[in-house]
Design a protein around this ligand. Structure first.
Ligand SMILES: [Zn+2]
Length: 144
């Protein structure tokens, strides 16, 4: 049994499989949506949207650094949009392994999905969600 979290991310119990997002693909027109919804937003058919595994990787469309945190978050933090190869452009946060600094992210770079707490705060540390991090270790080594 794979575990589906409320955010729409699926954690496979098989350790050889990597997490993915549960999207929907319309069997009538081929539109891919995330999160999954019962009615196709494009052709308006009902019952044609089938489960599809998406989002293991994506391409960074745009990003910004939020300097003020809403309740339950810590600033600064990245907010990004990721273009998934399956079609959807989704909003996401960035994984903790990625330092929140100017120049760390570059629009167009390859990203990969990770699963972690929504935020390292009492309100959100127990809520698992999807985030993205750069797929390749960046060329900027960090020295303490
Ligand atoms: Zn459709």
């Amino acid at each position: 049994m794979n575990l589906l979290h409320s955010s729409g991310v699926v954690m496979p119990t098989d350790p050889k499989q990597t997490p993915y997002l549960l999207g929907g693909k319309c069997s009538n027109c081929g539109t891919v949506v995330f999160p999954k919804m019962p009615v196709c937003p494009k052709c308006r058919r009902n019952g044609t949207v089938e489960d599809i595994e998406i989002g293991r990787k994506g391409r960074l469309f745009s990003h910004t650094i939020a300097r003020f945190a809403p309740k339950g978050f810590k600033a600064p933090f990245f907010q990004i949009f990721v273009d998934l190869p399956e079609g959807p452009r989704i909003f996401s946060l960035v994984g903790a392994e990625c330092p929140v600094e100017d120049g760390v992210l570059e629009d167009g770079m390859e990203m990969r999905l990770v699963v972690e707490s929504l935020a390292d705060t009492p309100e959100n540390k127990d809520t698992l969600t999807y985030k993205y991090v750069p797929a390749a270790k960046s060329g900027k080594p960090r020295h303490a």
